[in-house]
Design a protein around this ligand. Structure first.
Ligand SMILES: [Fe+2]
Length: 374
């Protein structure tokens, strides 16, 4: 890579207590709140309403991996209520962030957004502004311009991707994550670790994204190890929040790579949480990346030491966290796994990957291998 640029127009607020500043950022604008119904969110919702005034409405029936069917239901309800929000406030994890982006893109209407995603034509009007308050240390969606939308009925994943979907402001307050249960802490933290590593072994990596990614991976591995030993370690929550933020800044500019392309059918067809689906195979993806790019190798050596041993070190780290050791542990048969990997290399994220298929530790199908040997 010769010349490069870095772009992320989000105003980022970070630290214990920044949640208290959200009301100033809302500045009296009528807003739609998108959030989770969980008891853990109630004090934060009450706190926000006390300072900023009540939202026009709260959308809190968000399912994991937002689907077209769920979004259609929500949009029908908002359209019937004839609400005119000036702003969307997203208080939640990745599913909340992605739902908020869909609602912002269509001003609460369903058809224009689906039309935009399927036609590729310019949007009818600019999206509503978004204020994002992440409640997990993982998704990074608060710092990107895209959302993942699922269509299980047709077995497909859609991407909503628009420059006007960057949040107007993000408030990362680690206090919000203190009560996050361990399974969500783990899966969202591993999603963020995947974002960091996928940003490193990426054709779009730059010196700046690499610095963010290495620092992020360090934070996230340290934070997860600490919280695995002591879920009440408040300091580790701040480390995780910083790691997820750094990873978000890195992959907002590089996008993800092979492991994410692998993850989509694993989530869609096997119901595996996104953070697990995009992390269980990271050691194999690392094996395929090593040797492809000197800067990436140097970054991985800085994180994991000797490159011959690096994939094994990452495997042991995941083992200690109880993450499935391979596709069979997730109920994926060898033939299906090979198909998933082959399709992922050809997919849009797979093409961001610096490594090559022959380095991936699973046999190339006989027909393709025959061509390679000819
Ligand atoms: Fe992800």
């Amino acid at each position: 890579m010769t010349g490069w640029s870095f772009h992320n127009p989000v105003r980022l607020h970070f630290g214990d207590g920044v949640f208290d500043e959200v009301a100033d950022a809302i500045a009296g604008r009528p807003y739609l709140l998108v959030t989770h119904p969980d008891a853990a969110m109630r004090p934060w919702r009450a706190h926000l309403a006390g300072r900023a005034g009540a939202p026009l409405a709260a959308v809190d029936d968000i399912e994991p991996n937002p689907s077209l069917a769920m979004l259609h239901r929500i949009c029908d309800r908002l359209t019937a209520a004839r609400l005119e929000p000036a702003l969307i406030v997203a208080l939640g994890g990745g599913s909340v962030m992605d739902t908020a982006k869909f609602l912002a893109a269509g001003h609460g209407r369903y058809t224009p957004v689906v039309h935009y995603m399927e036609s590729g034509l310019p949007p009818e009007r600019p999206a509503l502004p978004i204020i994002a308050i992440p409640t997990t240390s993982g998704t990074g969606s608060d710092l990107t311009r895209w959302a993942t939308i699922w269509d299980p009925e047709q077995g497909r994943k859609l991407s909503l991707d628009r420059d006007d979907l960057y949040a107007e402001a993000v408030f990362v307050d680690p206090r919000i994550t203190e009560s996050l249960p361990w399974p969500i802490t783990l899966s969202s933290g591993l999603d963020a670790l995947s974002h960091a590593l996928e940003s490193l072994w990426n054709v779009n990596a730059t010196p700046v994204t690499r610095d963010f990614a290495v620092a992020a991976a360090r934070d996230l591995m340290a934070g997860l190890a600490r919280l695995n030993g002591d879920p009440l370690d408040v300091g580790a929550r701040t480390v995780m929040a910083l790691g997820a933020t750094r990873a978000g800044l890195a992959f907002s500019n590089t996008r993800t790579a092979l492991a994410h392309n692998i993850s989509y059918p694993v989530t869609l067809d096997h119901g595996i949480a996104h953070g697990i689906a995009c992390s269980f195979c990271l050691p194999d993806v690392m094996r395929a990346a090593i040797g492809a790019d000197g800067d990436c190798d140097a970054a991985l050596a800085g994180l994991f030491g000797d490159l011959d041993a690096a994939p094994g070190r990452l495997r042991r780290f995941l083992d200690d966290l109880g993450v499935a050791a391979g596709p069979d542990a997730l109920g994926i048969a060898p033939d299906e796994w090979r198909e998933i990997v082959d399709a992922a290399f050809a997919g849009p994220r797979g093409r961001n990957f610096i490594g090559t298929r022959d380095r991936f530790p699973i046999a190339i199908p006989a027909a393709a291998a025959g061509v390679a040997e000819a």
